[in-house]
Design a protein around this ligand. Structure first.
Ligand SMILES: *[C@@H]1O[C@H](CO)[C@@H](O)[C@H](O)[C@H]1NC(C)=O
Ligand SMILES: *[C@@H]1O[C@H](CO)[C@@H](O)[C@H](O)[C@H]1NC(C)=O
Length: 511
């Protein structure tokens, strides 16, 4: 009798737990310490590469690492299709060159929304949450080029979302560079919008607030350091500084907080203290500059992740960290290097999805894992022929030609291949060209100054790459026993209540 009653009450408890977990799975997570560790940070997924990693491989990489938010600069059809039913939330961008057409007529905005938002949501199951209108359109280097069109484009896209019945689930935003605000006093409390765009910013901000939409800001402590040789190095990171910036009762120990709070002050001063602000891009490059190293990138990004894991905001908005998107996921070897050689090296992962450094994204997850199922071209490199003399004037002409087309930013001072000797540097350039040209017949010629080799010429940190084969990737992950057992583990991680139910069941069977 006693045993039966115990069984009965256990059964009741079990049913009760099952019921609450049906209604709200989060309601029982407190029972499992550490089970709430979901990755908060999103990633920017740029595709300006000679051989972009196939979208299905990228989506698998994101999912394997528990990433649930991604930002695209354009409505890339293949990327969007791969994101369908992935459970990953998407911010999709309207590129600057579409601002003019979007601004000029509501119907072009309607077409854009129908083709690039509605259809992906309804036909492909893509979880689109934001449309980012333009990308840093008020950057001072654009000299006002997009100042007339950004706000009308924003209004038309919003009207199109309303027309499509999507304005509740999909919010508009404008990703801006941090140069849209400034502080005359140099302190966050002196923050206000840049005078030349102040009225425009106030109109945009009011529009966003009225539509329940956030403002998006890109903040780059690396660029503060890069631009100013006297910038205190430690102030770019999150480990504390010997002399903080004192602003009234607040002490700022890193430029990220000071920069973000300058914007919050600017908003507050103009009557918009409640507007949500997303950090649309933040990160650190690993090459192309003396400060662009793997060690610095890990230090910065891990410091940022730790704040997010702790739920730490900034002095002006202390209670929650801003919604944040890292820049970026993968290196992009075809990006413009106008900003600097580092511009092609922002990835947490290399071009092929290999990991550059470990990064803990959330408390419940130890290791980042690299991309799976990546296919490469033949193991064949192009190097300077041993018979060629480097005094031959054709050599430097060939090297310039190679680097004019392919990415040689790792050769510069302070970069990963700068330590190579002259012959090594020429070989590196030839190989970059050869790989960018997909190892095409004739792409390793250079007036007979080069030869192809199957011996990897990589030296130390300097990697001689092999291009990825963008054509022949598996579309589905392997179904080996190992991956099955790990998906079981993932199931229990995602459904902590299931662990409880399973252990209660075994208890029942034992009694
Ligand atoms: C959808 O987005 C793509 C990529 O930005 C663009 O090329 C295309 O023109 C867009 N469609 C419409 C109807 O504007
Ligand atoms: C390269 O070598 C081949 C064979 O030795 C020769 O026929 C050709 O003219 C050479 N080309 C150049 C540009 O030197």
């Amino acid at each position: 009798m006693g045993i039966r009653r115990r069984r009965l009450s256990l059964l009741l408890l079990l049913l009760l737990l099952l019921c609450c977990s049906c209604r709200d799975p989060a309601a029982v997570t407190w029972l499992i310490p550490g089970a709430d560790g979901a990755v908060q940070v999103g990633f920017n997924w740029g595709v300006k590469a000679f051989h972009p990693l196939p979208p299905d491989v990228v989506v698998r990489l994101l999912r394997d690492n528990g990433v649930t938010k991604v930002k695209l600069f354009e409505a890339e059809p293949q990327a969007l299709r791969a994101l369908g039913k992935s459970g990953i939330q998407v911010m999709v961008g309207v590129p600057n060159d579409l601002l003019q057409p979007m601004a000029s007529s509501v119907s072009s905005a309607v077409n854009w929304v129908v083709q690039n938002v509605s259809s992906y949501i309804s036909k492909h199951g893509v979880d689109i949450r934001y449309v980012a209108v333009g990308n840093e359109p008020f950057l001072t280097t654009y000299k006002g080029m997009y100042q007339e069109t950004t706000f009308p484009a924003l209004q038309n896209i919003q009207a199109a979302l309303i027309k499509a019945g999507l304005s509740r689930q999909v919010k508009v935003t404008v990703p801006l560079n941090a140069d849209v605000y400034q502080s005359e006093s140099g302190l966050p409390s002196g923050g206000d919008f840049r005078p030349d765009i102040r009225p425009l910013m106030l109109s945009i901000v009011r529009f966003l607030l009225d539509n329940g939409a956030p403002l998006t800001i890109n903040i780059y402590p690396f660029l503060s350091l890069y631009a100013d040789p006297n910038f205190p190095l430690d102030y770019a990171f999150f480990d504390g500084v010997s002399s903080p910036v004192v602003d009234g009762s607040v002490q700022y120990t890193n430029v990220f907080e000071a920069n973000y709070d300058t914007l919050i002050w600017a908003l507050e001063k103009n009557g918009f203290s409640t507007l949500p602000v997303i950090v649309g891009e933040i990160g650190w490059p690993t090459d192309g500059d003396s400060h662009g190293t793997v060690e610095n990138a890990r230090r910065f990004n891990q410091g940022l992740m730790n704040r997010i894991m702790r739920g730490q905001g900034t002095p002006k908005r202390p209670s929650t960290p801003p919604d944040t998107y890292l820049f970026g996921l993968l290196d992009e070897d075809a990006k413009s290097i106008d900003p600097g050689d580092f511009e092609r090296h922002w990835g947490v992962f290399y071009y092929d999805g290999r990991l550059k450094y470990q990064l803990k994204l959330d408390a419940g997850r130890d290791q980042l894992v690299p991309a799976r199922g990546v296919r490469y071209m033949r193991n064949q490199w192009c190097v300077l022929s041993p018979a060629a003399s480097i005094d031959n004037p054709e050599v430097s002409m060939s090297m310039d030609y190679a680097c004019g087309f392919a990415d040689c930013t790792s050769l510069g001072s302070g970069s990963s291949c700068n330590g190579l000797d002259a012959r090594g540097k020429i070989s590196y350039a030839f190989n970059q060209y050869y790989q960018a040209a997909s190892q095409a017949i004739g792409a390793c010629n250079f007036q007979n100054l080069s030869v192809s080799t199957t011996a990897d010429p990589s030296q130390g940190q300097c990697l001689f790459q092999i291009a990825i084969d963008t054509g022949t990737h598996e579309s589905a992950p392997s179904s080996s026993g190992a991956s099955r057992s790990s998906s079981t583990a993932l199931f229990f991680q995602a459904h902590p209540a299931a662990v409880l139910v399973a252990s209660l069941l075994s208890l029942l069977l034992l009694t």
